[in-house]
Design a protein around this ligand. Structure first.
Ligand SMILES: Cc1cc2nc3c(=O)[nH]c(=O)nc-3n(C[C@H](O)[C@H](O)[C@H](O)COP(=O)(O)OP(=O)(O)OC[C@H]3O[C@@H](n4cnc5c(N)ncnc54)[C@H](O)[C@@H]3O)c2cc1C
Length: 578
């Protein structure tokens, strides 16, 4: 696949954008003074058109100068009053929602922590954050946003790598109070409110299954903190994917609050275009998915296993072997191959007995043919296997599942805050193995002297990806894809614009640009929407499904009320794939 209209963007440009947003922080962080509240209220007035959010960095706060005439000053004062009145009315609109959901406003204590999620490459200053507890409250919040021309942004698990689930001048509709999971063991389905984090979904399904004597789970990802909202919108690659596909393939129906604040039922019969789009077509684009019914799978036994290789001396040979064998291996087997400076390791997830896996790895994989390879395996029940996946592969093998359930809310001082990080990741999709010289370049990147976090992670395709058609839903990466990679680096916990501008941060950006350039030599132009990067073009996420997504967007949200920097637009953006 080649992009006809190339739109590769400059990574350095992204640095300046990030910094300009972050520049707000030193002035606003943690201060609840009336002046700051007034500034935030004034910013809200600047919203230019229907559904538009506020770009704080590019919108100056009105100020009077020495040459201002009395008439102009009075006019300015009057406008400020109107602005304050309008912002107060917006807040009142949210506060009057029936049942009184929690509302957080600029200038109130810890607002920055409520306003921003777990991936903080960019800090935002939204006009408000609301935590609805029911679908009518979501509808009412959308109505307030539309009435006051404020952009509504849904937030699920708050893990967007580009901080897309918050926005300057926007209304963040945080669904984390809506995390109920209702399991119907007989029907083999779970109806899940879309603020749920995946760990809590797995746990609820598991408990319901155990009480009926079954080992049940659903498709998903690896990290328990990830929200079902963003994961479904991206597709959702996880430990069962080579056998059953992605999470989006297992959604049977969903309810969506659209830009007119209606609740739309979507499934194969009802609003099928919207149903197509919300499964892998990108987050925050077509409305707010408030609930979905998910198909369950029974997993009688799982073997989790780990192969560790210290150092990078054999990494090129090993990676050559991995990319040739893993995509054609039995679909019961799913892999995560990690390549870091200290060495590489493979986490294996096998739907079957330990003895079978041992035989497969010893006799057919060729993955143990490298000096120092250490292979360990253990059988778990399905929740224990989730617990193991969420930890480091190098840790002692165990089936402990006490890390699977996670707090729903990101709260100041809360447990999830320890995961807050400014990391920079991107995806790459491969239809051919990376040649030896490419693998050597990757190892050279890992060995290059800058002392920063560097990860190349690889997930094998094949199996179910070869049999589910690319048009089944919006997730397009199917037959012919052999693996995807997530690669990136981290700034650590970014506190201020000064830190992001520091020379160490420049080293991080520079490394990321070099890593991307190497990957782009060997990867296709396609990208996976789970690892969004402002350096991507939105068409790259959806391949041949892009035109259908634009049509759905035009039909259900022609005014582009729900949008972000990487959402499918209703018109324009006509980059197409050959
Ligand atoms: C540590 C880590 C591990 C990961 N592991 C995996 C993995 O194993 N497999 C995989 O496929 N991906 C993985 N990802 C990527 C993950 O799928 C994306 O980051 C995903 O977008 C996160 O969803 P969220 O709900 O947590 O984030 P959010 O930031 O809340 O949402 C992401 C996007 O979806 C939108 N959105 C959220 N909820 C809704 C909703 N209800 N309706 C409409 N739009 C909504 C948001 O507006 C935003 O645009 C991982 C990410 C991290 C940080």
């Amino acid at each position: 696949m080649r992009l006809r209209k190339s739109s590769t963007k400059q990574y350095q440009l992204k640095l300046s954008i990030s910094m300009s947003h972050s520049n707000l922080q030193p002035r606003l962080d943690g201060n609840s003074s009336a002046l700051l509240l007034l500034l935030a209220l004034l910013l809200l007035l600047q919203v230019p058109d229907a559904g538009a959010g506020l770009t704080a960095a590019s919108t100056p706060v009105p100020s009077s100068s020495a040459s201002t005439t009395i008439t102009e000053a009075l006019q300015g004062q009057r406008e400020a009053q109107i602005t304050a009145t309008r912002a107060a009315s917006f807040a009142a609109c949210l506060r009057s929602i029936k049942g009184f959901p929690e509302v957080r406003l600029p200038g109130t204590p810890n607002y920055r922590d409520y306003a921003n999620g777990l991936r903080i490459i960019r800090w935002h200053l939204p006009a408000a954050v609301v935590y609805p507890k029911s679908v009518p409250q979501v509808q009412a919040a959308v109505l307030c946003a539309v009435k006051f021309k404020v952009q509504p942004i849904p937030r699920g698990g708050a893990n967007s790598f580009e901080s897309l689930s918050s926005g300057d001048g926007a209304l963040v509709v945080d669904l984390s109070e809506m995390g109920a999971v209702m399991v119907d063991v007989k029907a083999m389905t779970a109806t899940v409110q879309f603020g749920a984090r995946m760990g809590n979904v797995y746990s609820a399904i598991y408990k319901a299954g155990v009480s009926a004597g079954k080992n049940l789970t659903c498709l998903g990802g690896v990290w328990p903190q990830v929200g079902i909202g963003g994961l479904t919108a991206a597709g959702g690659y996880g430990s069962l994917s080579r056998k059953y596909g992605v999470l989006a393939d297992h959604i049977l129906s969903a309810r969506v609050v659209d830009a007119k604040a209606r609740v739309l039922l979507t499934n194969e019969q009802s609003n099928p275009d919207l149903f197509f789009a919300i499964r892998g077509g990108g987050g925050g684009t077509y409305g707010i998915v408030v609930e979905a019914t998910v198909k369950l799978v029974e997993v009688p036994v799982v073997t989790v296993a780990h192969i560790g290789y210290r150092g990078l001396d054999h990494a090129v040979d090993l990676m050559e072997r991995f990319q040739r064998w893993a995509p054609s291996s039995p679909s019961e087997l799913t892999f995560t191959y990690n390549l870091v400076r200290a060495g590489s390791d493979i986490k294996l997830y096998y739907l079957g007995r330990e003895a079978e896996l041992r035989q497969l790895i010893h006799q057919r994989s060729g993955l143990l043919a490298y000096p120092g390879a250490v292979f360990r395996a253990v059988e778990c029940d399905v929740l224990g296997s989730r617990g193991w996946l969420a930890g480091s592969g190098w840790a002692p093998l165990s089936c402990k599942s006490d890390n699977v359930e996670v707090p729903q809310r990101v709260k100041p001082g809360g447990l999830l805050m320890k995961d807050r990080e400014a990391s920079k990741y991107r995806s790459a999709i491969f239809t051919k193995p990376v040649p030896r010289e490419g693998l050597q370049e990757i190892v050279a990147l890992l060995r290059s002297p800058e002392k920063i976090w560097k990860l190349f992670q690889w997930k094998a395709y094949g199996g179910a990806f070869d049999s589910i058609p690319a048009s089944f839903n919006a997730f397009p990466h199917r037959k012919g894809v052999i693996m995807h990679s997530e690669f990136g680096t981290s700034f650590g916990y970014q506190r201020s614009a000064a830190e992001l501008a520091a020379s160490r941060a420049r080293v991080v950006w520079d490394y990321f640009a070099r890593a991307a350039a190497v990957m782009d030599k060997y990867a296709t132009d396609a990208r996976y929407n789970g690892y969004v990067c402002l350096c991507d073009d939105v068409a790259q996420y959806f391949g041949a499904n892009y035109a259908r997504l634009k049509a759905a967007k035009k039909k259900f949200d022609p005014g582009n009320v729900f949008r972000n920097a990487l959402s499918v637009p209703p018109t324009g953006g006509d980059t197409s794939l050959e």
